[in-house]
Design a protein around this ligand. Structure first.
Ligand SMILES: [Zn+2]
Length: 113
C-alpha cells in the first residue's frame, strides 16, 4: 500500500543504476477546479498537472468554450443564463435575481447583446 501522504503525488517508474525498476514519487498533483458558486468539481478542466504542463496544453484542453465555463459549473451556468435572459426581456427585475447569481447574470447580459 502506498503511504497515505503520498497518494496524491505523481508517480513514475525509474530504472536505477543497479538495474532495478523502482517507484519514484514526484511533486503533488494540483487540485481539481471548483465552481465559484456551488463548489462542485468542474468537468473539462485541466487538473493534476503543474504550470509548465498547463503552458504546453492547448487552450481548448484547459476549459470548455461556453460562456463563463472557466468559473461556473454547467448547472450554475444554466441558471445564470436563464436569469440573464429573463432580465433582458423584462420578465424579471435584476433586484429579484439571487445575489450569488446576479454578478454572473450581468456578465452574461453584456455578452449576449
Ligand atoms: Zn456550480
Amino acid at each position: 500500500m502506498v503511504e497515505p501522504k503520498k497518494r496524491n503525488m505523481k508517480r513514475r517508474y525509474v530504472r536505477t543504476s543497479g538495474g532495478v525498476v523502482r517507484l519514484h514519487f514526484g511533486k503533488r498533483k494540483s487540485s481539481k477546479h471548483e465552481c465559484a458558486l456551488c463548489g462542485r468539481t468542474m468537468h473539462g478542466m485541466l487538473h493534476g498537472s503543474g504550470i509548465s504542463e498547463a503552458h504546453d496544453a492547448a487552450k481548448t484542453e484547459k476549459r470548455p468554450s461556453a460562456l463563463l465555463a472557466g468559473a461556473l459549473c454547467n448547472k450554475c451556468r444554466a441558471v445564470a443564463t436563464e436569469e440573464a435572459i429573463k432580465v433582458k426581456h423584462g420578465i424579471k427585475p435584476i433586484d429579484e435575481v439571487d445575489l450569488g447569481f446576479r454578478k454572473y447574470a450581468e456578465m452574461i447580459m453584456k455578452r449576449i447583446e
